[in-house]
Ligand binder design. Structure first.
Ligand code: M6R
Length: 605
């Protein structure tokens, strides 16, 4: 993953790059660093920990105009100052940042060592810096003049030896106001500002400073300096630079009075779902070809993490309500299981970021099998959005917190809209209406569960393991509740389908167990109450989320949910579970936006 940043021009280059890195921090935050040339010295400052730590070490008001920066999510080598980027070439004149993975780095590293050039870190990145640096030295030794063109020639040649994905940016001390870059696989965007140019892993990070931006294509190499953005293809043919105007959503990056982005984004969830629902009907009809679901087809859903949990609800609804079989897989499994796909297959890929490498890999696989591909993503122009045949958008707004909350609700909204569309095409009647959804979303708009959850927070905070149970559609919400709590609160959580308890998992339950149960399905009340009895009998403390409080179930804790149609209940049951995660994280003193070991966009397999 990792985020890379660059700025050339203006007097406050360090400040600009630190601001860009702040917006890229969702991509990784185990260490960070910057590099710039000052008084003909190449200065590199690195720090372990999140950006706050680097901020303490740099002077943002230093008068330097050209700076590169990096925020890291470790792939090769543990988080450490040594492994943090930028990495240097052997001459100490070139500093380079990288996002991606160089798969053949071991081979390249041993090649370098045979030439007497040793790497000092465990990273794959250092190899890139050392290779380019050594090739420039070789050029110098032939008497060649080293200018931007020569550096690009060297860069293009050296990239030919690398296998894998990369977005790189580097400074070369003799050309102090140039930032050279290359992209293959990992995202990279360049932007033009007033008297300055920028680059970053994502356009949101620079758009505030820019009048126009351009997402680079795989194979692009080039440089930015004070005034210019120059882009070439692999063969060094110059490309025309067409910058596009950008929508500004500056508010998304402000906490606006909330204690964390997680807190803010949970609050924004219902609004995003309503907006998605409002737009989806028209957009689905205008995006998908009329006949797409009219001929014979087999349907597949692929995603990761929270997006997969939304996908599980899609499968449940499509099968139960429309009697159309759906296969669902983790993207990381789908790609390698030799899935049965043909030109009759329709594959749906759910991804908030639209950048998840596992999911993107599946899109490519599905296309190579002749399948029709549909993306559901929250980010226009993202790699998945561009790769699929048809893309449907959710309107959750920029999601910053690593835990996906508002995007999940927007994905649900889009899924329900798609189910309506499919029902229309197939002439089927559903057990719920769009009005049922908008009605319940409006009821949930100002609903907050703090007072109901408060008395259980200390208990949950103390748990090292926590179980979630549900049946039917509730099971999939239980899965998402468990993922949230494990991701943000570092509590081992597992979700069980109620009926499965006695087939093994019940053995885990004793009088110190805490179980969060969800019961929203009228037809499953008796069955679920039986499961709760089984848990009670083993001494578990069951906290039940249900609209059926009049049943007065014998439980340790009861959280009243809004009453709605059975198939619409995920909107109601997920809200208190998302809030539970936030409050427990607050009790534990964990930064809910940046859970350890994780990053928002998982752009490596
Ligand atoms: O951007 P994507 O929706 O493709 O991301 C998929 C998962 O990485 C993501 O949902 C992850 O599980 C979240 N951090 C969960 O909160």
């Amino acid at each position: 993953m990792c985020g890379i940043a660059g700025c050339s021009g203006g007097k406050r280059g360090i400040k600009s790059v630190m601001n860009i890195l702040t917006r890229l921090e969702y991509r990784g935050y185990d260490s960070s660093g910057i590099a710039y040339v000052e008084n003909n010295d190449l200065c590199v400052i690195k720090s372990l920990g999140n950006l706050q730590c680097l901020r303490r070490e740099v002077s943002e008001n230093t008068n330097v105009d050209t700076v590169i920066g990096h925020t890291r999510w470790a792939t090769h080598g543990k988080p450490s100052i040594q492994n943090a980027h930028p990495h240097l070439d052997a001459s100490g004149r070139l500093a380079l940042v990288h996002n991606g993975i160089i798969e053949n780095y071991q081979l390249l590293r041993s090649g370098l060592s045979k030439q007497g050039i040793l790497c000092n870190t465990e990273t794959d990145t250092e190899v890139i810096a050392k290779l380019i640096g050594a090739a420039i030295v070789e050029k110098e030794e032939t008497g060649a003049i080293i200018n931007a063109k020569t550096v690009l020639t060297v860069l293009a040649k050296q990239l030919g030896f690398m296998k894998g994905s990369y977005a790189i940016a580097f400074l070369f001390r003799p050309l102090p106001n140039y930032i050279f870059f290359a992209k293959n696989g990992s995202p990279l965007v360049v932007g033009q500002g007033q008297g300055a140019t920028f680059l970053a892993s994502d356009e949101n990070a620079i758009k505030e400073n820019c009048t126009g931006v351009l997402r680079l294509k795989d194979g692009d190499i080039g440089y930015i300096n004070y005034e210019n953005i120059c882009i070439y293809d692999k063969k060094l043919n110059k490309k025309k630079v067409h910058l596009s105007k950008i929508d500004q959503d500056v508010e998304a990056f402000n906490l606006s009075g909330y204690s964390s982005f997680l807190n803010k984004e949970i609050a924004e969830g219902i609004g995003g779902a309503l907006k998605t629902l409002r737009r989806a009907k028209k957009e689905i009809a205008s995006t998908l070809p009329d006949n797409i679901f009219l001929t014979d087809f087999d349907l597949h859903i692929t995603a990761c993490g929270t997006a997969l949990h939304a996908g599980r609800i899609a499968k449940y609804l499509i099968e139960r309500e429309l009697r159309i079989p759906v296969s669902i897989d983790f993207a990381s499994e789908f790609k390698y299981k030799k899935p049965i796909l043909s030109n009759k297959s329709i594959c749906i890929f759910l991804s908030q970021s639209g950048e998840t490498a596992d999911t993107l890999g599946c899109v490519e696989l599905a296309k190579s099998c002749g399948a029709t591909t549909i993306g559901i993503t929250n980010v226009k122009g993202s790699r998945i959005a561009e790769a699929v045949d048809y893309c449907l958008y959710t309107y959750a707004g920029v999601e910053i917190s690593v835990a996906s909350t508002k995007a999940y609700l927007a994905q649900l909204a889009l899924i329900y809209a798609l189910v309506f569309y499919l029902a229309g095409v197939k002439g089927k009647k559903l057990s719920f209406s769009l009005h049922d959804i908008t009605y319940i979303l409006h009821r949930l708009e100002n609903r907050n569960y703090l007072s109901s959850l408060n008395k259980y927070l200390n208990l949950i905070k103390q748990q090292s393991s926590l179980y979630f149970v549900g049946r039917g559609i509730d099971y999939f919400v239980a899965m998402e509740g468990a993922l949230k709590l494990k991701e943000i609160c570092y509590i081992h959580c597992e979700a069980f389908a109620g009926g499965e308890l006695k087939h093994g998992s019940l053995a885990l339950i004793n009088d110190s167990s805490v179980v969060v149960a969800i019961l929203t399905q009228k037809s499953l009340i008796d069955k679920m109450l039986n499961n709760i009895h089984e848990l009670n009998s083993r001494g578990a403390k069951v906290i039940l989320l249900t609209p059926f409080t009049k049943l007065a179930p014998e439980v340790f804790g009861l959280i009243k949910l809004e009453r709605c149609r059975d198939m619409v209940s995920p909107f109601c049951s997920i809200k208190p579970l998302q809030e539970l995660t936030l409050y427990v994280a607050q009790k534990k003193g964990i930064d809910p936006d940046k859970p350890r070991n994780l990053a928002k966009s998982v752009t490596v397999e």
